[in-house]
Design a protein around this ligand. Structure first.
Ligand SMILES: Cc1cc2nc3c(=O)[nH]c(=O)nc-3n(C[C@H](O)[C@H](O)[C@H](O)COP(=O)(O)OP(=O)(O)OC[C@H]3O[C@@H](n4cnc5c(N)ncnc54)[C@H](O)[C@@H]3O)c2cc1C
Length: 406
């Protein structure tokens, strides 16, 4: 039996930072992960470079049951804290559009460097075996070892005992990288509310009779509003982002962001020319003689212009359109309403919304029902929009948990 003050399960960004910081505070720490290397998901982040944080960070960039709590965590651990960490790890970075901070080395560098620092701080790394067969303390959680007042679990033939257990096991998004919801279900079996996981940051699938099918490969800047029961949800804080037509529906940053808010049965309202009101274009004198379809195709790909122009208007001159027709055209271009039939699922999702509910946890992310059981990272009911918010949350929540461990 190996004994520790703290066992952290999951060597993603949340578990790595939590383990390193806890060990730096003098605790004996084990960090376990089923992969042979730390940060399997992190290595795939941001197209391999890693979008680690964002200068525009607010709680509005998260889908969660408790925005006020997320705001408090972000205030204590703002963007600058991640930048400090990157500097400490000697990982150069750059700022891209929408305040996104990307690393300038492979994203795996962050996990590898944190793992080295974990080792330097005395953390025992146990990689390449899944942690199973968990038990929790049956008696008082007061200090002292002994299977009755400690958490126990197994990794292969190793049996481990720890006074505190940190679950940093991530979400089931992207199972190809080994993700699953096993430890979230364990938390549920120990009495925690589990908000059902759903794929987010995921391409959307459209019904086969969708009028914009056949446009795959076309990409343009749009604004998407999600409508629930006909009412708009709060907009994407970044507003305008790009959309990509795919074989089965739509993808691209605007869509991945919309997928965070969208639930089955919601509609999308797509503005295909968010910065150029069609009414103003029609009013311009020099456009009066242009064919409507040709006018639109000056500002968007011709195949999309064809698809958006009502058949009876496409070949008419702009100046000939009456008020009703102009409104019909403007509605198609600026408020194209559609209902996705689904998403590409967990397989293609970069994250999952849902997870262990914050309502069952203290402000330090410790279980209210099982003392010394802590959670951090994406296993929690906190999912970030596109832009580095998920890795930021993983690091911020990992650091928060490490501060309260003793
Ligand atoms: C393709 C892709 C690209 C992404 N790009 C970005 C991006 O650019 N920016 C951004 O902010 N976010 C991005 N994300 C999301 C981001 O990677 C995750 O939100 C983040 O890694 C979550 O960190 P975590 O530490 O909570 O969990 P994870 O990184 O998922 O780590 C959890 C670890 O726990 C381990 N584990 C689980 N159960 C057990 C067990 N029983 N025993 C042992 N080990 C276990 C897993 O093996 C895993 O390594 C991306 C995700 C994907 C899939």
């Amino acid at each position: 039996m190996h004994r520790y003050d703290v066992a952290v399960i999951g060597a993603g960004p949340a578990g790595l930072l939590c383990a390193r910081n806890a060990a730096r505070r003098g605790l004996s720490v084990l960090l376990a992960d089923s992969h042979k290397r730390p940060g399997a998901k992190l290595a795939a982040a941001g197209g391999g470079r890693g979008n680690f944080t964002n200068r525009t960070l607010t709680e509005r960039h998260y889908v969660t049951g408790d925005p006020a709590f997320v705001r408090a965590v972000l205030r204590a651990f703002p963007c600058e804290k991640v930048l400090e960490l990157l500097r400490e790890l000697r990982l150069p970075f750059e700022e891209r559009d929408f305040g996104q901070i990307f690393g300038l080395r492979p994203a795996s560098f962050l996990a590898d460097r944190l793992a080295v620092q974990c080792g330097d701080a005395g953390v025992d790394l146990l990689f390449g075996g899944t942690a199973t067969s968990f038990t929790r303390p049956r008696t008082s959680p007061a200090f002292g070892h002994g299977t009755k007042n400690a958490f126990t679990f197994a990794v292969g033939k190793e049996r481990i005992e720890a006074r505190s257990l940190v679950i940093a096991s991530g979400s089931p998004a992207c199972p190809a990288l080994g993700a699953d919801d096993g430890l979230a279900r364990l938390a549920a079996s120990w009495g925690h509310e589990l908000v059902p996981f759903r794929p987010v940051l995921v391409p959307l699938v459209m019904p086969s009779d969708w009028p914009l099918s056949g446009l795959e490969g076309i990409s343009l800047n749009v604004r998407i509003t999600v409508l629930r029961n006909g009412r708009p949800l709060p907009p994407d804080p970044e507003g305008i982002r790009s959309l990509l037509f795919t074989h089965r529906g739509i993808s691209g940053p605007a869509v991945l962001t919309a997928s965070c808010f969208r639930m089955p049965g919601d509609d999308l309202l797509i503005d295909f020319l968010p910065e150029l009101p069609v009414m103003e274009l029609l009013d311009e004198k020099e456009h009066g003689r242009l064919i409507v379809r040709n006018l639109l195709s000056r500002f968007m790909p011709a195949r999309l212009a064809d698809a958006l122009c009502p058949d009876d208007l496409a070949r008419r001159k702009c100046a000939e359109l009456g008020k009703k027709d102009r409104l019909r055209l403007a509605e198609n271009v600026h408020a194209f309403r559609c209902r996705p039939s689904g998403t590409e699922g967990m397989k293609r999702a970069e994250a999952a919304a849902g997870g262990v509910a914050l309502s069952g946890l203290s402000r330090h992310l410790e279980s209210l029902s099982t003392p010394r059981l802590h959670f951090c990272g994406e296993v929690l009911d906190v999912a970030g929009l596109l832009g580095g918010y998920n890795i930021h949350w993983a690091l911020a929540s990992g650091a928060l948990v490490a501060r309260s461990l003793d």
